[in-house]
Design a protein around this ligand. Structure first.
Ligand code: CAA
Length: 382
């Protein structure tokens, strides 16, 4: 068993950590306050290869592994959770299905610009009536000649208001259930009949746009279909498996930020004549935060390692995602508690970490759905 990262993994983690600390962290509070899309950060991360970490260099990715991806995403999310999810969606939800199921032409045309960091991508699955029950989509794509005519509305789409391209999950016929699901690559700037709908007002990750995508007789070239009809739902679920390491990494990054800030504060804050870090009540919180975050990171690295070695990682990615999300939430709440009254005001980042952490228990498959995935595998129901 080898726990040490390779020289390349170590070097990339250090490079991203330095960039995140010096370029992202100083503007994280401003991004949270203004809800501004961090365009300049996205472009720079693209130049560093971080918008397509595990995408082959032929398609303008960095050609590295998923272990490196997890490490990079933890460091970005530690500085800014919004930058973390934007990076995760470009790499995983958008990038993975095209990398795994796209034709050579689709990869060159649609994967390379996102992996190279020129534009954002998004993945449009969720609808108002299809959240955890992902197979019950109503957004319809009907083949007419050499085009799919798409009608429907997608909700809660991360990057939806800024993305150039989208992988869209739709159904050719709702009566077919999950077997009717297909994935289409859509150029959102060149598709008449497409518009960005409501932009959500959220609790956290405020610099990452979340919007509706509205399709009204939108025409998508049939050549933009990913793989073959009938395979769309399985493509989608395997893409979500891959993406769950991304959101788990975002969660660990947020939790690590909560720990780092609380630790520094506890060493400085003096009460009863001593720094509060000398009190056991505070030490136990810090110890639990550090231990649980290490455990979550190890689960994530295992899932990524399995994926890199072409082994089944569905259960392990689900375990890592839900454990990391729960740990991040606990760490963020304890971070606020350690800051006391200062944890509740916007002068310090503790309250932002708490608002940002919550979503990691909800999106990319709720933590309840992750437990179902794990349990089904244990029981052998699939
Ligand atoms: N990979 C490939 N195929 C899979 C699979 C997987 N992980 N899991 C199931 N399948 C296959 C099954 O084998 C089955 O195929 P067969 O009939 O040929 O055997 C088929 O898919 C249907 O499987 P199920 O009956 O198990 O499907 P289900 O309807 O019960 O759903 C689920 C399973 C796990 C609950 C799934 O619906 C799910 O993951 N739901 C959560 C959706 C989700 O994660 N949404 C997130 C949106 S994106 C987002 O949030 C991102 C963001 O904002 C950042």
């Amino acid at each position: 068993m080898q726990f040490a990262p390779t020289e390349e993994q170590k070097m990339v983690r250090e490079m991203v950590a330095k960039f995140a600390e010096t370029q992202i962290k100083p503007i994280a509070a401003e991004l949270d306050r203004t809800h501004r899309h961090p365009e300049e950060i996205c472009r720079q991360l693209g130049e560093m290869g971080i918008m397509g970490v595990a995408v082959p260099t032929d398609y303008d990715g960095a050609g590295m592994d998923n272990v490196t991806y997890v490490m990079a995403l933890i460091e970005i999310s530690k500085a800014c959770a919004s930058c973390g999810v934007i990076t995760s969606v470009n790499n995983s939800l958008y990038g993975y299905p095209i990398k795994a199921f796209g034709t050579e032409e689709q990869k060159k045309k649609f994967l390379a610009p996102v992996a190279g960091g020129l534009v954002e991508g998004c993945y449009a699955l969720t609808e108002s009536g299809a959240g955890s029950d992902a197979g019950s989509l109503k957004c319809r794509a009907v083949l007419k000649g050499d085009k799919y005519i798409v009608n429907g509305t997608k909700t809660f789409i991360t990057n939806g208001n800024v993305a150039r391209y989208c992988v869209l999950a739709a159904t050719t016929d709702p009566a077919l259930g999950y077997k009717g699901v297909i994935n289409l690559i859509v150029d959102l700037k060149e598709t008449p009949g497409f518009s960005v709908g409501k932009i959500e007002e959220k609790m956290g990750i405020l610099a990452s746009g979340t919007s509706e995508l509205v399709f009204e007789d939108a025409e998508v070239p049939a050549e933009n279909l990913l793989g073959t009809p009938g395979q769309g739902f399985k493509q989608m679920l395997s893409g979500l498996d891959a993406g769950r390491s991304g959101i788990g990494s975002q969660a660990v990054g947020i939790g690590r930020a909560a720990l780092e800030d609380a630790l520094a504060y506890a060493k400085e804050r003096v009460q009863f004549g001593k720094p509060i870090a000398t009190f056991e009540a505070i030490q136990f919180k810090l110890a639990d935060m550090a231990t649980e975050l290490d455990a979550a990171e190890l689960l994530l690295l295992r899932a990524a390692w399995l994926e890199d070695n072409h082994l089944d990682f569905e259960k392990e990615a689900a375990m890592a995602k839900y454990y990391a999300g729960d740990v991040a939430m606990r760490a963020a709440i304890e971070g606020v508690q350690i800051f006391g009254g200062y944890g509740y005001v916007k002068e310090y980042p503790a309250e932002r970490h708490m608002r940002d952490a919550k979503i990691t228990q909800i999106y990319e498959g709720t933590n309840e759905i992750q437990r179902i995935v794990v349990a089904r595998k244990l029981i052998g129901m699939r």
